[in-house]
Design a protein around this ligand. Structure first.
Ligand code: CA
Length: 657
């Protein structure tokens, strides 16, 4: 009798093992508009009902272990996954690292996201009617375009052994999820795998690994979508090149996913073009797998953020406000929803907030103990170059959709409101910086209006009062070339003017901000593939335009860029200009000045790597009455790698005497 019971019990357990647990689902995703919000949201037209509204919530468990509490809009403590679902989130994304612990069991941080944590998060997501997007990094810690380190346990394996291990790891992780009843909607074959995966950089090997992962997904969750994920849609041809290789090596996948961080990743139009191209040509679903936007420039956890008010050379198309964050998300959703086969947008990562103490020291204890910072000191044993040096807290707490106190921000409702629109009366949300330049010998005149950015992201001029004395302005004339920051108030909001005192510049369109070449000229001796004025803020020294050059063939980068200036007052002048670039090979680059066609001086320049501007000056240019001055840059590169490339910006022709 007893034996029979045991046999029955074993049979029942086996059955349970096969079919898995069933999680009781309390579907709280709203099917109607959330009413009463002050958030301005323009409706996204023709938004499919099944459009994926995703939130990466990978660090939640480490956050909770650190003492973080999350609240709902009524101010009550509530499971953060329920709050996400109640505001229209349909999918929860979670990163999975193979083994993010050192040999003594200390977590590397970043949420210490292993399979176990993904299951716990998956259970909670499933409970509230959402699906899980499993983001396998196939690494023991962060994988992105900059690094794709192999898991320690796989480091001595050859590619076949590694593919086999990856297959088994994926299969095992997903089987565990299935057993626990987790609703998996999508699985990623690596994270931002632009040029490497799991320590492999050759595409044949990358494809082999991806195919192994894909096979495992198809076996355990045949209804789940299989996704590949890369970053940098702004790099011309990069996505098409990647998709082409996936096709060549016959990788089995459904979704081509992109990161899209508006600060760096080009325009929404470009994103739409690139994703449309993939959908058309390769017949794949497309989506944005990571996006985010700052609701404040301030840090809240005593550990510096990726983006702040001081971050230079980023595109800031919306103010860093709760409304600005919502507008950015709305526009990304609008873009993807109107792309062919566009299936969704996922936010990274809206629940990662400060662990909440009043000092860096106390926070650090929690980051170290629970892994709630981006990296703990223990991460250095695996990743000495990055985690080992810069470990600390959260770098995106100012981009979360919860405030530092754990309360949801009004912007969280955007995921629901985009479906219906919530076009409340627009009001001033922030005041745009007023940027001015004055000649040291001229007059400083402060404008009476500043541009208010409305909640609808439109701009209107409003009266402004600057907080500056006559004395302070008088001092600007004697302080030399310098930039001053002045504060003010407009519509009750803080305003800021950045005032540059400059020497008069005799060059026109000096930084290409007219968006055209004129009156600059080029002499293209080498027949370069690309030589034009480019609109790309992140590649400009100042403003959004610069002169761009690139050419694939050896010796084809050989040109001069110059401007002629007539009718200068007689005197002594200096000419200054800046250049950056790379892959120059042997190169001769210099800035120069000619007076009536005769050389009046030249100064060598060099290009080294991206972002390293070289600024040089030709001084002592003596100009007499009626003489014509020509100033310019001569660039000649043999080219290396994929061809020499570079950017030229901000020519200055100033009086020296
Ligand atoms: Ca921070």
């Amino acid at each position: 009798m007893k034996k029979r019971w045991i046999a029955l019990l074993a049979a029942a357990l086996m059955l349970l093992g096969c079919t898995g647990k069933t999680i009781g689902v309390e579907n709280v995703i709203p099917t109607a508009k959330i009413e009463g919000s002050s958030l301005y949201v323009r409706k996204v037209e023709d938004l499919p009902d099944d459009f994926i509204m995703g939130m990466d919530a990978s660090a939640v468990i480490a956050e909770e272990q650190s003492g973080v509490k999350y609240y709902n809009f009524a101010g009550e403590e509530q499971d953060v996954f329920k709050t996400l679902a109640e505001n229209g989130i349909t999918h929860i994304r979670v990163r999975v690292w193979n083994d993010p612990y050192d040999k003594d069991g200390h977590g590397y941080g970043g949420g210490n996201c292993d399979v176990e944590k993904a299951i716990r998060i998956g259970e909670r997501a499933t409970k509230y009617g959402m699906r899980l997007i499993v983001d396998f990094h196939y690494s023991d810690f962060w994988a992105d375009p900059g690094k794709q380190m192999v898991p320690l346990a796989w480091k001595d394996m050859d590619i076949d052994e590694k593919s086999d291990a990856l297959y088994k790891f994926t299969l095992d992780a997903l089987k565990q999820m299935k057993r626990e009843g987790v609703a998996v909607g999508m699985v990623q074959l690596g994270n931002e795998t632009n040029s490497a995966l799991c320590g492999e950089s050759g595409f044949e090997n990358i494809a082999k690994l991806m195919k192994a992962g894909s096979r495992a997904v198809r076996k355990v969750y045949p209804d789940a979508l299989v996704a590949v994920h890369i970053a940098n849609p702004e790099r011309e041809g990069a996505y098409d090149g990647f998709a082409k290789k996936l096709r060549t090596f016959e990788v089995d996948y459904d979704v081509f996913a992109s990161s899209y961080y508006p600060y760096w990743h080009g325009t929404l139009d470009n994103l739409a073009n690139v994703l449309n191209g993939i959908a058309e040509k390769y017949d794949k679903k497309v989506m944005v797998m990571e996006t985010s936007y700052a609701f404040t420039g301030a840090d809240t956890d005593f550990s510096g953020n990726t983006i702040s008010d001081e971050t230079a050379n980023i595109v800031k198309a919306y103010p860093f406000t709760v409304q600005g964050q919502a507008n950015s998300v709305r526009d990304v959703i609008d873009t993807v929803a109107h792309v062919k086969n566009g299936i969704g947008v996922v936010y990274w990562e809206g629940t990662w907030i400060t662990v909440g103490t009043n000092s860096r020291e106390e926070n650090r204890e929690k980051w170290e103990k629970y892994g709630s910072g981006w990296a703990s000191s223990y991460g250095g044993s695996y990743d000495p170059k990055d985690a080992g040096k810069y470990y600390g807290g959260c770098a995106v707490d100012n981009q979360a959709m919860f405030g530092p106190d754990g309360n949801p921000l009004e912007s969280l409702k955007v995921w629901n409101l985009v479906r219906y629109g919530n076009e409340v009366e627009p009001r001033a949300d922030a005041i745009a910086d007023t940027v001015l330049a004055f000649d040291l010998k001229g007059t400083v005149e402060l404008p009476e209006t500043a541009d208010a950015i409305l909640t609808s992201n439109e701009t209107v001029p409003v009266p402004v009062v600057w907080n500056v004395t006559e004395d302070e302005i008088a001092k600007m004339y004697t302080g030399g070339v310098k930039t001053y920051e002045i504060r003010g108030l407009a519509e009750g909001l803080p305003a800021r003017a950045l005032i540059s005192m400059v020497n008069f510049n005799y060059l026109k369109n000096y930084g290409f901000e007219d968006g055209a070449l004129d009156p600059w000229q080029t002499e293209d001796r080498g027949g370069a593939d690309q030589l034009y004025v480019e609109n790309k803020l992140t590649d400009s020294l100042n403003g959004t335009y610069h002169m761009h050059f690139w050419s694939a063939k050896q010796d084809s980068v050989d040109f001069s860029l110059f401007q002629e200036v007539k009718d200068l007052p007689a005197g002594t002048y200096s000419f200054t200009i800046s250049i950056m670039g790379g892959d120059a090979g042997d190169a001769e680059i210099y800035c120069y000045a000619l007076v009536d066609g005769a050389e009046a001086g030249r100064t060598p320049m060099r290009i080294t790597s991206y972002g390293n501007w070289d600024t040089q000056t030709v001084g002592g240019i003596a100009v007499g009455d009626g003489q014509t001055v020509t100033v310019g840059v001569s660039v000649r590169c043999t080219g290396a790698g994929n061809g020499a490339w570079g950017k030229i910006d901000d020519g200055l022709l100033n009086r020296q005497d």
